[in-house]
Ligand binder design. Structure first.
Ligand SMILES: [Zn+2]
Length: 355
């Protein structure tokens, strides 16, 4: 038993969400998954500019690193600040010392006349906004960035856009990172993606998926509960399962504890090793995490049974690629107080745009 572990991978994050906690309550009550998207997330992403994206990523990456998460697979959308956004995120992560796999989540929900459509017909034409999103992924990857091709979800994309995303992913020899059947509104995702999904795709959520698709499934237990979309039953699939947070922080041990409690509610015979395997599976996409060292103030941090039930186990030190980026709970590369202050300034700018 050891008080150290390898670095953790958050297999699905939205670093832009770091500024959102504390936002003014939406005027309209949210009674459904689509309401939550309309009232919160699609207002937030439309309000983002480059400064907000930078400091949100910086705060999110810092908090990830302080939790022992040394690698982040991010999914980004900022329809009024698309070009360059992936580089902005990568730059912020680089300052903190955290590795990132970035993508821009393309969607056709923003019409060419700037109006928003909550659901998009499979037969619709690809929008200008989707073309710009694909171009940003192409630009970032062509410039040597580490990433994937992002797609928001099948239900906000035309078939033309889904196929174009799959082709661009093939061109770059990467996978597509896409929300799949997160809620019942996306029930057609399985049928629409079946012929184009590949083994290197990241299928995020898969709560209402009706068939087996090629790819890895990313389970986000807390987010699914928070959005009341139902239990994803990840153990029902033969696919490799990874763990993500869907933007609610990046503390992977915390997420694993919650995923275990939710699994156990579903199957009382389940053991923590199942969920800790999901954590390990994240390292398939970031093998470098195996060289990182995370030190906890607890002697059995590498034991799933211990970690699942020791709720106050704290990360004290983190070493990424041989460099100590956290010592005695303090980041070495950045001033955490400054990051929090700058992120708060940007959060206030964001809230102003939301009122
Ligand atoms: Zn997500």
């Amino acid at each position: 038993m050891s008080h150290t572990t390898n670095g953790f991978v958050c297999a699905h994050h939205h670093l832009y969400s770091s500024l959102v906690r504390g936002m003014p309550a939406p005027k309209n009550r949210s009674n459904s998954f689509i309401d939550i998207l309309n009232n919160i997330w699609w207002r937030v992403d439309a309000a983002l500019d480059n400064e907000m994206i930078y400091w949100s990523a910086m705060l999110g990456a810092t908090e990830a690193m302080m939790s022992g998460t040394t690698c982040i697979i991010d999914h980004h959308e900022s329809p009024n600040c698309i070009e360059g956004s992936l580089t902005t995120i990568a730059d912020a992560c680089k300052v903190v010392g955290v590795r990132v796999n970035a993508c821009y989540g393309v969607t056709d929900r923003w019409q060419n006349d700037q109006t928003l459509r909550s659901k998009v017909s499979p037969l619709a034409k690809m929008t200008e906004a989707a073309k710009r999103g694909l171009a940003e992924c192409d630009r970032y990857l062509s410039a040597g960035g580490n990433g994937m091709i992002g797609v928001h979800a099948a239900f906000t994309c035309s078939d033309e856009t889904l196929v174009a995303a799959a082709e661009l992913a093939q061109k770059h020899s990467v996978g597509v990172h896409i929300h799949v059947a997160e809620a019942s509104d996306d029930y057609q995702a399985g049928a629409r993606l079946e012929s184009i999904a590949k083994d290197n795709w990241l299928l995020v959520h898969s709560v209402h998926l009706d068939r087996k698709l090629k790819g890895r499934i990313v389970h986000n237990a807390r987010s699914n509960m928070n959005n009341s979309v139902g239990y994803a039953k990840p153990t029902q699939w033969p696919n490799k399962i990874l763990l993500g947070t869907d933007g609610i922080g990046a503390d992977m041990i915390e997420e694993a504890r919650l995923a275990y409690a939710r699994l156990r509610e579903f199957d009382v015979s389940a053991e923590p090793s199942t969920v800790w395997q999901w954590l390990d599976n994240g390292r398939d996409l970031f093998p470098e995490a195996n060289d990182d060292v995370v030190t906890f103030n607890y002697d059995f941090s590498d034991s799933p049974w211990h970690a699942a039930f020791t709720t106050n186990m704290t990360v004290t030190d983190v070493e990424i690629a041989g460099e100590k980026v956290l010592v005695n709970c303090q980041p070495t590369r950045i001033d955490i107080n400054e990051v929090r202050a700058k992120a708060h300034e940007q959060a206030l700018r964001l809230y102003k745009r939301l009122t």
